[in-house]
Design a protein around this ligand. Structure first.
Ligand SMILES: NC(=O)c1ccc[n+]([C@@H]2O[C@H](COP(=O)([O-])OP(=O)(O)OC[C@H]3O[C@@H](n4cnc5c(N)ncnc54)[C@H](O)[C@@H]3O)[C@@H](O)[C@H]2O)c1
Length: 453
């Protein structure tokens, strides 16, 4: 029998004789395209030796190729968009909001049946109260081994509003550590804000949206035809987020809203016949322009700052004090945002950043859309200061980073708002709003107005 020869010292001797990489040795590493597992994600990096044989530094860059696209009549069998996305796969795994399933489930099922693509569909109730880790677990079960066993390179189709896009996006981020998804936002909020956003989340034990991951969809499809069946209050709610991007980034968008905003609201973005002066076909083109401009402005800042590494975020306008007063006053999110935006505009005027005439235009636009511009809760200074403190911590403790308008279509960031300034501005703001029709209140501004509380 031949005995294996052992050389107890050779490995150790070899290791000692190999010198550690020199300190200036930086190796750039690009993975061969041949071994690529994902259509949407690529990565490369550098590895730099310290030279002491005990440490090195790694720098890695992750690249995402995502698309956002306006489409018409997505579930019409003649629309090839979804069939193209799934035809080379053996099936489509979908998660669909319960209300959306009631309204559009039949069309969705017959679309895939006609395209001869098997559909594995989970209907999910996605109320704000369902935005919990339990719902995320439920979705993970559906995606996991005992469910559809979705591969890490198989895009899940998500169809619904902002609640579903947040929780289903998070489930996709967790399943296989990262599973791509295609988002079809069926509310205005989901179409132009939550849907394409990289921020996926669930509510945590104490705070809204506090648990999550940065995981944007690889494809976002926006079809305004879904808005036809929304309650008008939900359309208005979503319009506040469009106004936000118009004020901070896009003056043309603001002008479009000034001219056509009320007609877009009452026709649910030109999906219902218009009683106003603009012909339906023209309004349809305006609706597409408004949606496109709002999406582009938002994603220019949010989509390119995927991990919120930078705090210059115009889309945080209207979201500095409102997270604190929105739940206390039981406001619809869009109204809380518009109150915060107009209060911010008054602050910007007092700080000399914004001409009063621009603040008047902002107020006039919000009121024309039925969005609230004031609420007595602003006078609760303790709450406002606590809100500011929370926001400073959330934004990294380096400053408040409150976006405030410097004109229509531009903004800058306030780092500190002293309590006495805050108090003086609240008083000034409420004095201005007292003169407004209805004291600056909005239409269906409370959760209870839409049966949500
Ligand atoms: N991740 C982000 O960046 C981001 C941004 C903004 C908002 N959000 C989140 O989005 C959520 C709000 O989203 P939302 O306003 O879409 O609310 P939502 O998802 O609760 O939808 C509102 C209601 O409309 C129903 N619905 C959806 N589509 C419909 C349609 N086409 N016709 C009729 N009814 C329809 C839903 O079932 C629901 O009852 C909040 O939880 C908020 O935190 C996230």
């Amino acid at each position: 029998m031949v005995q294996a020869q052992s050389h107890p010292n050779s490995l150790a001797e070899n290791l000692i004789s190999i010198a550690p990489p020199a300190s200036d040795q930086i190796i750039q590493f690009t993975h061969p395209e041949l071994y690529r597992t994902s259509e949407w994600y690529t990565g490369h990096g550098e590895i730099a030796a310290s030279g002491d044989g005990r440490s090195f530094e790694v720098t890695a860059t992750y690249r995402l190729e995502a698309e956002v696209k306006l489409v018409d009549n997505l579930f019409d069998p003649t629309n090839p968009t979804l069939a193209r996305a799934y035809q080379n796969r053996s099936r489509c795994v979908a998660i669909v909001d319960q209300t959306v399933d009631q309204l559009y489930g039949e069309a969705l099922r017959s679309y895939f049946a006609e395209a001869q693509i098997p559909l594995e569909l989970l209907v999910c109730r996605a109320w704000e109260a369902d935005k919990t880790p339990d719902t995320v677990h439920h979705l993970l079960k559906f995606l996991g081994k005992d469910g559809c066993d979705v591969s890490r390179n198989e895009p899940v189709l998500v169809v619904g509003g902002g609640v579903l896009s947040d929780v289903a996006g998070l489930a996709c981020a967790l399943h296989n550590r990262r599973t791509p998804y295609i988002m079809v936002g069926t509310t205005v909020v989901a179409a132009i804000d939550a849907g394409p956003s990289p921020r996926t989340c669930t509510n945590g034990a104490e705070f809204k949206n506090s648990l999550g991951a940065y995981h944007p969809p690889v494809l976002t499809l926006v079809d305004r035809q879904f808005f036809r069946t929304l309650a008008t209050g939900h359309v208005r709610n979503g319009m506040a987020e469009i106004v936000k991007m118009a004020i901070t980034d896009d003056a043309v968008l603001f002008e479009l809203l000034e001219q056509y905003g009320p007609e877009l609201l009452t026709t649910h973005f030109a999906t219902l016949p218009n009683q106003g002066p603009t012909p339906d076909a023209t309004l349809a083109q305006i609706a597409d322009q408004v949606i496109y401009r709002a999406l582009f402005a938002y994603m220019k800042h949010e989509g390119t700052n995927m991990f919120e590494t930078y705090q210059d975020r115009p889309h945080a306008y209207g979201h500095t004090w409102s997270p604190r007063f929105e739940p206390t006053a039981k406001l619809m999110h869009g109204h809380a945002v518009s109150i915060d935006m107009v209060f911010g505009a008054t602050l910007a005027v007092e700080m000399g950043w914004l001409p009063p005439s621009d603040r008047e235009r902002i107020i006039a636009l919000c009121l024309a859309l039925g969005l609230a511009v004031d609420h007595p809760i602003l006078a609760d200074l303790e709450l406002m200061i606590a809100g500011q403190k929370n926001m400073r911590r959330k934004r990294g403790d380096g400053g408040l980073w409150a976006p405030l308008p410097t004109g229509i279509g531009s903004c800058d960031y306030a780092q500190d708002v002293a309590p006495d300034l805050l108090e003086a501005v609240v008083q000034r703001h409420q004095q201005i709003c007292r003169e407004l029709p209805n004291g600056g209140q909005g239409t269906e501004m409370y959760l209870s107005d839409l049966g949500l509380a």
